[in-house]
Design a protein around this ligand. Structure first.
Ligand code: CA
Ligand code: CA
Ligand code: CA
Ligand code: CA
Length: 487
């Protein structure tokens, strides 16, 4: 299964033009720092991150500064960097900073944003693929020693989607995207966001207090609530202009809300960004895509000239509605298939089509699209259900493999000339009533080797006495005893 981000538009989205891949299973990489790394020029290169990267290091007294270089995925993506100094037997006060590609332009900085260290969050990458940013770890007091720290870098897709008012209670919270942007516009404003947890999900919540980096000094509070509105945990560690961080909470399958309030500084400049990290990566609601081939032939084989009928399906398996930016698409291989009936789609190209849904998908509900395709040629290919949840800037390509084989009727005996069957292309579909090796190769062994398939369909099938069949791993031998009509 391939999961991908798609632009939030109604353009046709094909997998080969996607720019952003989400990882179905985020990677976790654990490294030790490598000295010398005291300047951007000698920064330890962490490359283009995937999932969670953790680095263990230390600040060894006077002069030690640790720089790490992180390469951009693209500007739709960003990261959260969490510095944990709680294991240090010496000093624990550190400063965590992010610099632009020049190594000197400060993008974000934190000192003691949470109980165990510092946090920089929802920091967009600044340029296209490979453009670096630099992360700096240093002692808050020059010359101090931090005997051990761990730097965790969580990579997430972002977008800073705007909150939707009214959202002042846990029950009315804006449904969470990957990251959210909001404003505490009055002393009484509370902004809540809801997400649907799954059993044993690990949730981290972060708040960036000054997303514009313009020096605003609102003092925010970030709080997590259960489905009944009970407060589970609250973070108010930082002062004015400081980030907030809620460390890992293990979830149940339930709806959770996190709310933002301001202790000071409400008004038009009281902007923030906030978002969850779930299982070291983005938050996405639970959903399934289940495309089906409705009329497969015997043995899941079609023949040229037939019509294949498909049903695409998208089901919301989470506990919250999926907002109505939903798209179900299809794409197929143009050499193999062409649309016979695409009338249920909203836009149709030669081998791709999309259907858009403008009402939210309720929990447990399914949207489907039926269509049919003409079978053009012999193929061993895949038809894909494409797209999905544009609200979350994401989609999934889910394949249906299919086999199209030629129906060959020209002789009564399929005679195999050599010891290795190769068929006509990748597949062979025969109405022959007998199969045997060549007369001059008695007692031969007939071997079917990947990617070949030998498919026999006839009222009765005989194999010459003494001939041996070998079907190697990955190859296919299918024998069907049904009547075949030949011209
Ligand atoms: Ca060091
Ligand atoms: Ca160093
Ligand atoms: Ca608000
Ligand atoms: Ca509000």
């Amino acid at each position: 299964m391939t999961i991908f981000l798609s632009p939030n538009s109604k353009a046709l989205i094909l997998p080969y033009c996607l720019t952003v891949l989400l990882l179905a299973s985020p990677l976790a990489l654990a490294l030790d720092e490598i000295e010398p790394n005291d300047t951007p020029a000698t920064a330890q290169d962490l490359g283009k991150p995937q999932g969670l990267t953790s680095v263990s290091g230390s600040i060894d007294g006077a002069g030690d500064i640790d720089f790490f270089k992180l390469d951009s995925i693209n500007t739709l993506w960003g990261f959260t960097a969490v510095l944990d100094t709680s294991a240090s037997s010496a000093g624990r006060d550190a400063t965590l900073s992010i610099y632009d590609a020049d190594g000197t332009t400060l993008l974000q900085q934190d000192q003691g944003g949470w109980e165990k260290g510092s946090v920089i969050t929802l920091q967009h990458f600044q340029g296209g693929s490979g453009t670096p940013v630099y992360i700096k770890v240093e002692a808050a007091t020059p010359g101090a020693t931090i005997s051990a720290y761990t730097l965790h870098i969580y990579v997430t897709s972002m977008g800073n989607h705007m909150e939707t008012e009214p959202n002042d209670t846990p029950q009315t919270g804006t449904i969470t995207r990957m990251s959210q942007f909001g404003i505490i516009d009055s002393d009484t404003d509370t902004d809540c966001f809801r997400l649907s947890g799954e059993e044993n999900d690990e949730l981290i919540l972060t708040l960036r207090a000054d997303p514009e980096n313009d020096g605003s000094t609102t003092d925010f509070v970030l709080s997590l609530y259960d489905a009944s509105g009970n407060l589970l945990v609250s973070a108010d560690h930082s002062g004015p202009g400081g980030n907030e961080y809620i460390d890992t909470i293990t979830l149940s399958r339930a709806i959770y809300s996190y709310c933002v309030t301001a202790r000071s500084g409400a008004g038009s400049t009281a902007t923030y960004s906030t978002g969850p990290i779930v299982n070291n990566s983005h938050y996405l609601p639970g959903f399934t895509q289940a495309p089906r081939w409705l009329n497969p032939g015997l043995g899941d084989i079609a023949t040229p000239g037939e019509t294949m009928e498909f049903r695409l399906a998208l089901t919301n398996t989470s506990l919250l509605p999926i907002p109505p930016q939903l798209r179900i698409g299809v794409y197929s291989i143009p050499a193999c298939l062409s649309f016979a009936d695409s009338s249920n789609f909203d836009d149709v190209a030669s081998n791709a089509a999309n259907k858009y849904f403008d009402t939210q998908l309720e929990p447990g509900s399914t949207y489907t699209v039926d269509f049919s395709l003409n079978v053009l040629s012999v193929c061993n290919e895949t038809m894909y259900q494409d797209g999905g949840l544009d609200y979350y800037s994401t989609g999934t390509a889910k394949p249906i493999p299919y086999l199209v084989a030629a129906n060959q009727c020209e002789s009564a005996v399929l005679q195999i000339a050599g010891p290795v069957y190769s068929g006509a292309g990748a597949t062979y579909y025969s109405s022959e009533t007998a199969i045997e090796t060549a007369p001059d190769a008695p007692l031969s062994k007939i071997t079917v080797e990947r990617p070949h398939a030998l498919i026999l369909e006839a009222p009765s099938i005989a194999i010459k006495d003494g001939d041996t069949f070998v079907v190697n791993r990955g190859a296919q031998l299918r024998v069907y005893g049904k009547a075949v009509t030949c011209p």
